[in-house]
Design a protein around this ligand. Structure first.
Ligand code: ZSJ
Length: 419
């Protein structure tokens, strides 16, 4: 415990370049004795990292002597070392299929607000809005979903005058207002995350009672909030993450994980192959090096598409899709079922796709996605044509065949490894 008169303290602070105006507190508990004396109980500053070069630099400043260039460089060098040494956040969260019969989507527990409200959200790299069923969603549109009630959170703040409205590729959609609040996934907390509360959701969300909303993990340029677009959870969390990455380890009909801030080497085999990402207009767009059907020849032709954890199936150019189903007994492109179907007892070849020199195999079990209706002998394919969409989509059927790294460094890249 140090007892110093204010005058002495002021001069020491000035010397340290902390300015002459005494802040009301410098981390000390001030005890006035009423006789011109004070007791300041000093407390350590959290995360303080000593920088010797800076102490010397301040002495030059104190006596008005210009600091030599190499001293200035030493200050910056030590700061950089200190910044790199600061341990940052990492986190993991489950990705659980919403239906035990087939992997239509995966949900992850998140907490919102104070006290924390837990919702199960669909982490979606194919969009960039974080929206939730809420106390503002009409009761007629809520069917079993967990809701977020901003009025029950002491840390929620309405983002006045801001609205959002989104339409997804499958025709579903939602719209509403915007709050900021505490938001955490896997222990990674963002204090002022934009949380978009639904005032209206389309029927396909109402009937999907295991999805309480979405966490967009695309690039923030795609965010639909108006008049000012909002940052995704990943963009907000990135500065506090140990590494600016998140990974997807989705699994076939069982729980996988999303990791934030680190790459878990126990989750993959061999090497991770990284390829460039085109962030325009805001998807994780990359180019596959080609494809193969079963043990057939590998066709080295570039396929540009998006990595989309929020889409169930794989959608590729018709030429590739027909080449695949030509190898499937009884396969047809059914208008009534809206895509390629085949007898469930047909033998399916695996589908191989390339990332750089690496090859990834989607096994037959993933390619036979589901019976077109419960108990039907006709099955719907996990690979469908992208011709009606205008963009190729590597959805969950492909992603769960790999360990995928969404690398948010500048420039972003995407990494694929076998597992
Ligand atoms: C109705 S359940 C549902 C889940 C996710 C989405 C968004 N995925 C498409 C673009 O990534 C749409 C609907």
């Amino acid at each position: 415990m140090v007892t110093i008169t204010n005058l002495v303290l002021t001069s020491i602070l000035a010397g340290l370049g902390l300015g002459s105006a005494l802040p009301p507190k410098i981390g000390a508990t001030n005890i006035g004795h009423g006789n011109g004396r004070a007791t300041l109980n000093q407390v350590p500053r959290p995360n303080y990292r000593f920088n010797g070069a800076r102490q010397v630099y301040r002495t030059y400043l104190k006596y008005g002597v210009p600091a030599p260039d190499d001293l200035v460089r030493a200050v910056a060098h030590t700061d950089a070392l200190n910044a790199a040494a600061v341990k940052r956040d990492t986190g993991s969260a489950a990705a659980t299929p919403i239906d035990p019969r087939f992997d239509i989507a995966y949900v992850t527990p998140v907490t919102i607000g104070t006290p924390p409200q837990t919702l199960q959200l669909d982490l979606d790299t194919g969009s960039s809005d974080l929206w939730v069923f809420s106390s503002h969603t009409p009761a007629s549109q809520v069917r079993g979903q967990q809701i977020y009630s901003p009025d029950k959170s002491t840390t929620s703040k309405l983002l006045d005058g801001h609205t959002w409205s989104i339409r997804y590729g499958d025709g579903s959609g939602s719209r509403g207002n915007v709050y900021t609040d505490n938001f955490a996934i896997g222990g990674i907390m963002v204090e002022t995350q934009a949380v978009e509360t639904a005032e209206e959701v389309s029927s396909s969300f109402t009937t999907e009672d295991n999805i309480d909303g979405l966490v967009g993990l695309g690039f923030s340029t795609l965010n639909t909030v108006s008049p000012e677009g909002q940052l995704t959870f990943f963009d907000n969390a990135k500065p506090k993450l140990d590494a600016p990455v998140f990974t997807a380890d989705l699994k076939y009909m069982k729980e996988g994980t999303y990791d934030f801030g680190f790459i878990d080497e126990s989750k993959y085999t061999g090497e991770i192959t990284y390829v460039p990402v085109d962030t325009d207009p805001g998807y994780w767009t990359f180019t596959s090096s080609g494809y193969g059907v079963g043990s057939g020849t590998f066709s080295s032709s570039p396929i540009t598409g998006i990595a989309d954890t929020g889409t169930s199936l794989v959608y590729l150019p018709t030429a590739i899709v027909t080449a695949y189903y030509r190898q499937v007994e009884g396969a047809t492109n059914s208008r009534s079922y809206g895509g390629y179907v085949f007898p469930c007892n047909s033998t399916l070849p695996p589908f191989v796709f390339g990332i750089g020199e690496a090859k990834f195999t989607i096994p037959p079990s993933y390619m036979s996605y589901a019976a077109v209706t419960d108990g039907s002998p006709t099955c719907f394919g996990g690979l469908q044509s992208s011709s009606g969409i205008g963009i190729n989509i590597w959805g969950d059927v492909a992603l769960k065949a790999a360990f995928v790294v969404f690398n948010g460094e500048e420039p972003p890249t995407i990494g694929w490894a076998n597992k």
